[in-house]
Design a protein. Structure first.
Length: 131
């Protein structure tokens, strides 16, 4: 939606050096979460950062994208895994560890992986094995 795109651009425009960065990030993320837009799962992972000094924001991102039912979450997550792993391998591993701990999401992810090619399945399994 236009609202989601606007809020994502607001997140992109935030400056880490701003003294209000964490507060503003949380405020915008709260608005995004309240939109209840499944496409936020595709757009929010770009903000994961393995070098972030704000782990609380990384967990807020996780909670925001995990709010959706298992089918929506797994279907969207599988689309962003390669980019997420490339940009933030640690947080990608955290997300997959959390998927593994949720049997419903894990089952759906495994079903979705069956339709992917072998190299993609191996890629996801390699991340699972690192956990």
């Amino acid at each position: 939606s236009q609202d989601l795109i606007f809020l994502i651009s607001e997140l992109k425009d935030l400056s880490v050096t701003d003294g209000q960065y964490v507060h503003r990030f949380e405020q915008i993320l709260f608005k995004i979460t309240n939109l209840d837009e499944p496409d936020s799962i595709l757009l929010l992972p770009q903000f994961f950062n393995d070098n972030s000094e704000h782990d609380e924001l990384m967990f807020s991102l996780i909670h925001s994208i995990e709010q959706f039912d298992d089918i929506i979450y797994a279907t969207k997550l599988i689309q962003v895994l390669p980019n997420l792993y490339e940009n933030a391998p640690f947080w990608c591993s955290v997300l997959l560890k959390r998927v593994r701990n949720n049997k419903g999401t894990e089952q759906i992810l495994n079903i979705l992986l069956e339709s992917k090619d072998e190299s993609f399945r191996n890629f996801v399994n390699s991340i699972f094995l690192k956990n």
